[in-house]
Design a binder for this molecule. Structure first.
Ligand SMILES: Nc1nc2c(ncn2[C@@H]2O[C@H](COP(=O)(O)OP(=O)(O)OP(=O)(O)O)[C@@H](O)[C@H]2O)c(=O)[nH]1
Ligand SMILES: [Mg+2]
Length: 248
């Protein structure tokens, strides 16, 4: 039986060795995707407008920008209640536990302090190891999701405002092709090709170089840009943008 200081020492190392996930590491580069927990209910409860609320998206952008700045992410791509942060440096020594706890908690505390809801917000988080040449494909996948989300939520809330019957709306939209949804909304006066860009394509936040004139001397500086009008990622323009912002 151990007693006194020796017992204390043993206990400490026993418990330390039980932190069995502490050595789990990712590789660089990687994406962290965080998603708001239960945001549908929470945003409804706080009367944010549907399907899109400008105050909410501005708060998401400001919070994501703070996270990017604080942790040194290369870019953040966001839509709805999700943010994708791309890292190329070994933050937190690449420890999964650290990354998957600090990134979402930093986002949640920022957003909570801006929105000030009745109770604190939270985000879930996952890490996706990625190769540089796969970034474009990953972003195109998320952008497709933003687009589907945009179409479905406009359709859902437009029909719901008319009928007031959630079940009926879900039934009407079940299995409907995207072309038919477009047509249906168009007839009701909503042109999905004319909604604000950020609703259709999401928002990009990244660092960019610019030239500053300092008393006649031109110097290179970096600043953070919020792009509310990003290109489609699967086009040449998208490719050029991602190459520019991910090159060291
Ligand atoms: N009112 C409003 N709701 C929004 C806005 N942006 C996103 N949301 C809501 O956020 C939800 C995001 O979808 P999910 O992440 O699947 O839903 P969730 O309720 O957060 O559920 P979990 O992520 O599984 O916890 C959407 O269904 C919308 O209801 C907005 O601008 N206004
Ligand atoms: Mg969510």
């Amino acid at each position: 039986m151990c007693s006194g200081r020796e017992g204390e020492k043993k206990r400490k190392s026993d418990w330390k060795s039980r932190e069995i996930f502490a050595q789990l590491k990712t590789i660089t580069p990687f994406v962290v995707r965080i998603d708001g927990r239960n945001f549908k209910k929470i945003l409804e409860r706080h009367s944010f407008s549907k399907p899109y609320d400008e105050r909410f998206v501005r708060a998401m952008v400001e919070s994501a920008r703070n996270v990017l700045e604080e942790l040194g992410a290369v870019f953040a791509y966001l839509f709805s209640d999700e943010v994708n942060l791309y890292f190329s440096i070994p933050v937190f020594n690449l420890r999964v536990e650290k990354i998957n706890s600090i990134v979402p908690s930093l986002m949640a505390s920022n957003l909570t302090s801006i929105i000030r809801p009745a109770s604190a917000l939270s985000f879930d988080s996952r890490i996706i190891p990625i190769k540089e040449y796969e970034v474009l494909d990953y972003l195109a996948w998320r952008q497709d999701e933003a687009w589907r989300n945009h179409m479905n939520s406009y359709a859902f809330y437009t029909l719901l405002n008319e009928t007031g019957d959630r079940r009926e709306v879900i039934e009407t939209l079940r299995g409907m092709k995207s072309r038919d949804i477009h047509e249906l909304l168009y007839r009701k006066g909503i042109n999905l090709a004319k909604t604000p860009h950020w609703q259709r394509r999401g928002i990009m936040i990244y660092r960019e170089e610019y030239i500053k004139n300092m008393n006649g001397v031109k110097v290179k500086r970096r600043r953070i840009k919020v792009d509310w009008n990003p290109p489609l990622f699967h086009t040449e323009e998208g490719e050029r943008l991602i190459e520019r912002i991910t090159s060291p």
